[in-house]
Design a protein around this ligand. Structure first.
Ligand code: IPE
Ligand code: IPE
Ligand code: MG
Ligand code: MG
Ligand code: MG
Length: 330
């Protein structure tokens, strides 16, 4: 027979189970899942929460001059996996941060990422007409407004961060510094410059690594590091998460290059064959499909290894995300 303390234990157990299902660590009762961690539901829940944050922090589309605010919102809300904010939030939680501590960093990361996409698609760059399943910004608003919408999202990223400094032991500008370094000429922009300079050139592994490291991996690395910083995590935690993010980022870009060849427009939400048309330097061109696939899996495995210092149950979401980076269909 149950005594009062038994009921207290059962209650506590139920609360822990509910919390775990909410966070996606365990499947909800009655839910059919293939593995212990239900990534699909987890990603969907996270995406909705990130969208709500973006909705709250973006200027209304009616605010003057409405065309720029409409264009910013168009590119942000027409789709997107929200991987960078999700990595930021999950990293913050892994480092024990309180709920909401990574909200500003998550919004800043998605704003900056979306700016890179708008500019990446411009006729002067990759000249693509489809993004996140919809016509690209310059197709809808014209080139001048697309450039400005990108500029405005980039600027907004820093405005949002400036209003939310990281907690001790970090300084008030540390999150800003991290994002600025990731996005600038030693980060994403540097990678984009070399990506364009390498067009029509013979594939070169060292150069390709520089391009992937800078145009893609650096921001994904920053997403994980910023989550840790927003949670007040330790330097050792930040270093492990940064290495995880770097490996995931490299794997992610190889997968992106593969999808450009193997996917279809409806699934991917962006044009297929863009890299071939622009004669880009990619892993697929360097070594072929099979070797590129193998390299992306090797990097995803390397990302998992950098998490060994974290609690085994708590790191499940990041482990699952590392696999998703290379197994995703879009
Ligand atoms: C696309 O990034 C640009 C690359 C770095 C390959 P994502 O694949 O994360 O794009 P969205 O945000 O989901 O649209
Ligand atoms: C661009 O790489 C990465 C960015 C910094 C936007 P890609 O040019 O391959 O990205 P997609 O395929 O257009 O999304
Ligand atoms: Mg590009
Ligand atoms: Mg592109
Ligand atoms: Mg691509």
């Amino acid at each position: 027979m149950f005594v009062k303390s038994d009921w207290a234990w059962i209650g506590a157990g139920f609360m822990a189970y509910s919390e775990a299902t909410f966070r996606g660590i365990l499947p909800a009762y009655g839910e059919r899942t293939e593995s212990v961690f239900d990534l699909k539901n987890f990603l969907e829940r996270q995406r909705c929460e990130v969208d709500a944050l973006l909705e709250r922090m973006l200027p209304a589309k009616t605010e003057r001059p409405s065309v720029i605010h409409e264009a910013m919102r168009y590119s942000l809300f027409c789709g997107g996996k929200r991987l960078r904010p999700i990595l930021c939030r999950v990293s913050a939680e892994l480092c024990g941060g309180p709920a909401g501590c990574a909200d500003a960093a998550s919004v800043a990361l998605e704003c900056l990422h979306t700016y890179t996409l708008i500019h990446d698609d411009l006729p002067a760059m990759d000249n693509d007409d489809l993004r996140r399943g919809f016509p690209t910004s310059h197709k809808v608003y014209g080139e001048a407004q697309a450039i400005l919408a990108g500029d405005a999202l980039l600027t907004l990223a820093f405005e949002v961060l400036a209003g939310h400094p990281a907690p001790v032991p970090y300084g008030p500008c540390d999150l800003i510094l991290e994002l600025a370094r990731a996005g600038g000429s030693r980060g994403v922009i540097g990678g984009q410059v070399e990506d364009m300079e390498a067009e029509r050139k013979a594939p070169d592994e060292a150069r390709l690594l520089y391009i992937h490291q800078h145009k893609t991996a650096r921001l994904i690395e920053a997403s994980c590091r910023m989550g840790c910083m927003a949670a007040g995590g330790t330097e050792a935690q930040a270093a492990s998460l940064a290495e995880y993010g770097r490996c995931c980022g490299l794997a992610f870009q190889i997968a992106d290059d593969l999808l450009d060849v193997t996917s279809d427009e409806a699934t991917l939400g962006k044009p297929i064959g863009s890299d071939r048309r622009n004669e880009k330097m990619t892993w697929v061109r360097l070594r072929g499909l099979e070797a590129a696939r193998a390299e992306s899996h090797r990097l995803s495995q390397q990302a998992l290894e950098s998490l060994v210092g974290f609690d085994a149950a708590a790191r499940l979401p990041l482990e699952s995300l590392a696999r998703y980076m290379v197994e995703r269909a879009s």
